[in-house]
Design a protein around this ligand. Sequence first.
Ligand SMILES: Nc1ncnc2c1ncn2[C@@H]1O[C@H](COP(=O)(O)OP(=O)(O)OP(=O)(O)O)[C@@H](O)[C@H]1O
Length: 359
Amino acid sequence: MAKVLVGLSGGVDSSVAAALLVEQGHEVTGGYMKNWINAEGIPGDCPWEQDIEDARAVAKTLGIEFRVIDLIDAYRDRIVDYLVEGYRNGITPNPDVWCNREMKFGVFLDYALSQGFESVATGHYARRRSLGDGTAAILRGADPNKDQSYFLSLMTQAQAARALFPAGEMLKPQVREVAERFNLPTASKKDSQGICFLGQVKMSDFLGHYIPESPGEIVDPTGKVMGTHRGLHLYTLGQRKGHGVASPREGMAYVVVGKDVAANRLIVGWDTPESEGLYASRCVVGNVSTINEPFDRKMRCEAQPRYRAKAEPVEVTPREDGKVDVVFLKPQRALSPGQICAFYDGGRLMGGGVFEWVG
Ligand SMILES: Nc1ncnc2c1ncn2[C@@H]1O[C@H](COP(=O)(O)OP(=O)(O)OP(=O)(O)O)[C@@H](O)[C@H]1O
């Protein structure tokens, strides 16, 4: 039996993770990470007060200790600044993936270890397997519709060794059943969506607080002016909606196919493999982190370029600078610098990195 700190977010998945650990006989404490409190004037819709109340009520029902841990400064430094800087520099950052590495299994895990806990548990839909030699592997969650292992792809072995994901062994309907069986006050709470601290607020409204708009022309690949954009940082390769260029007819959509930074022009084209710039097979992935084995030689595995994308066969070759060259056997749509590339060996998460160059 272990002393475990469970990240209680006020949602049903982490409530059930805590309940299962209590049932298994562990010594469990619930911890809410206070990351973001909608500071004055910054657009956001983080329901943190309600979430703390819900997390506290879950802990009470389970008869476990509950703590609120103030990580506001670390969150601003490690997640919000990274997000804003990323958009400012024209990349597409993924704060959810970094949050797991830097916050939940970063400063929150450090806090847990300093307080005598052995592990941090979360409600992620992923599975962890002890490999017997003190190391651990992370597998895709049992529920293929909910699998969240992609978000854990920048975790290190040291972090995986201390992690527990009890809800990831179940399907979502089973998680709701467990919540009802334990009479948890979150049993029928709606799942949260999008980037947690933004809630229903649009990313563009949030960014508007930090980055001024800088309008320019939207052009098609021949240079014909099609409209006006509000600032290149607000658009992502492959984006279909929100650029304001109407589709001429059913089945023909304009999507973002490129950015001409020097001329401050956004380029739109047809959503087809023939559109130059939209599909790519070769890329360089940096910030590489692996959970079990390093990429120390040329390897075949699968890579998942986005949360809801399919993992596709790739060849990975290590480079002198610590990054890896990745070649997708089939060209992929809209790979964008800043996004996370998660590597898998079948159902096992090997690690991940950040797309730095796509060609
Ligand atoms: N503010 C927080 N404090 C503590 N733990 C958190 C917090 N936010 C998220 N977590 C942990 O990280 C897990 C995954 O976070 P995510 O935001 O993806 O939640 P989710 O999938 O909606 O799960 P839940 O139903 O538990 O909210 C949660 O299940 C929880 O264990």
